[in-house]
Design a protein around this ligand. Structure first.
Ligand SMILES: *[C@@H]1O[C@H](CO)[C@@H](O)[C@H](O)[C@H]1NC(C)=O
Ligand SMILES: *[C@@H]1O[C@H](CO)[C@@H](O)[C@H](O)[C@H]1NC(C)=O
Length: 427
């Protein structure tokens, strides 16, 4: 992961100059035999369909649901978190002084999903991030959540109850993602710097080369090089329609689940993202919306499922929404119609969910998980009440059992030792 400084800076300059123009301008060249945009960055392959839809001011969750989430339509929510103290406070010095001992997961700037993430603390990250090829993409640590505003569109109902992960992203610029989609609904908000987004409907997935996906987490990405699109090898890419936006501090973009997107940053940029899901019936429950307060609310006031605080062995990232997991268990319970769940029912569901081979070892693992999650013997019969009252921690044990951890896990014996043998999950 340590690159010679010189090499990194050459790369930065090349990226910065070639991508300075946004949105990219498609130019038809009738004299050329090559397709327009060939070997240029993604976005030069055709004219955009225009900017992403925008909102500003107060946005009620019910309106957010009706106009956008229910129909999977991306939307830029200008100034949605502009009252966040983080926008003015999060200088390098303040981050080191106030949060220096908290841990982060690091990736490389030009997303490479074959590379293993690393773990380090904020102090050492700030010391290194300008010179080295590192990008913090991590769980927003608990104390930092207190300084980020919740956008009004998430302040009641299913959206508020089903926020399962919040993230912190920071780099000195020159980052670019691959073209990908995520399983969850996502609000990506800017705290410092700016980010360019290109958004593509998931119906265009078929025009992009190989999508690697995870069955259960429901995310995936294209193998296309977004910095140099080979339109001779992949002529169908020219059919991929796109919209665009640039976000500045305080702005958020709603990225619908499974919506394709590609993201770039050019200078010091900090983002906070909020992952949420709709429930299993794919609807919005208005619980608590009647008497909700839409006053300023920090993220620390939300009961986020997966969190990180100092001393935690793992930085739990990329796991399933546990309330969705609970609902799934209830749905399976009703589908079976027996009045209870047994270990065999559980093992069956587990093997479907985890994509594990149904070998002896994974059957054993599923059985152990059953007794651990429900705190019963192997012949226990689980009732609907038990599922509905299962503590979040138990559901998280199940969530961790289904997916491999995203980042390195601190060793039990020696906290300084990093065990990077675990598979990387997809963002
Ligand atoms: C980003 O933060 C730096 C200080 O850390 C500040 O000087 C700069 O104005 C901020 N830029 C934006 C666009 O927020
Ligand atoms: C951060 O990590 C470095 C390197 O592991 C260590 O030397 C330093 O004491 C840590 N700083 C804080 C504030 O925890």
């Amino acid at each position: 992961m340590k690159f010679p400084v010189q090499l990194v800076c050459v790369t930065c300059v090349v990226i910065a100059t070639s991508l300075a123009e946004f949105p990219p301008k498609y130019v038809e060249d009738p004299l050329s035999e090559l397709p327009s945009g060939h070997l240029k960055a993604f976005g030069y392959h055709r004219l955009p369909d225009g900017p992403v839809a925008e909102e500003k001011g107060f946005l009620h969750p019910k309106i957010f649901w009706g106009k956008y989430v229910s129909i999977h339509k991306p939307m830029v929510f200008r100034q949605a978190i502009s009252d966040s103290p983080a926008i003015l406070k999060w200088t390098d010095g303040y981050l080191v002084e106030t949060f220096g001992d908290l841990d982060l997961i690091l990736e490389v700037k030009r997303e490479d999903r074959t590379k293993q993430p690393q773990r380090t603390n904020i102090s050492s990250f700030i010391e290194r991030y300008i010179k080295e090829d590192i990008y913090a993409v991590t769980v927003l640590p608990d104390p930092m959540r207190a300084e980020v505003q919740v956008p009004s569109c998430l302040l009641c109902g299913t959206f508020r109850d089903f926020m399962h992960e919040t993230n912190f992203w920071m780099s000195s610029g020159g980052t670019r993602s691959v073209i990908h989609y995520d399983a969850d609904e996502n609000l990506h908000c800017i705290i410092n710097g700016s980010k360019d987004f290109m958004m593509m409907h998931n119906k265009f997935r078929k025009y992009l080369p190989t999508f690697q996906k995870k069955q259960f987490t429901g995310s995936g990405f294209s193998s296309l090089d977004p910095d140099s699109v080979d339109l001779l090898k992949y002529p169908d890419v020219a059919k991929v329609q796109w919209t665009y936006t640039t976000l500045d501090p305080g702005d958020c973009i709603y990225i619908p689940s499974e919506y394709l997107h590609q993201v770039r940053s050019h200078k010091r940029t900090i983002s906070a993202t909020m992952l949420f899901t709709t429930d299993t019936s794919k609807s919005f429950q208005e619980t608590n919306c009647e008497d909700a307060s839409f006053n300023y609310t920090p993220l620390s006031a939300i009961d986020v499922h997966w969190t990180y605080k100092k001393g935690d062995k793992t930085i739990d990232m990329g796991y399933i929404n546990v309330e969705l997991l609970r609902q799934n268990l209830v749905d399976i319970f009703h589908m079976l119609g027996k009045g209870f769940l047994t270990v065999d029912d559980f093992v069956h569901v587990y093997s479907l969910a985890s994509k594990d081979e149904e070998d002896e070892q994974s059957l054993q693992k599923a059985k152990e998980l059953f007794t651990k999650v429900f705190e019963v013997d192997i012949d226990g019969k689980i009732t609907e009440e038990q599922i509905k009252n299962l503590p979040r921690e138990n559901l998280k044990t199940l969530g961790r059992g289904i997916d491999a951890p995203h980042g390195p896990v601190l060793d039990e014996e020696d906290d300084d030792d990093l065990d990077t043998s675990h598979g990387k999950d997809e963002l």
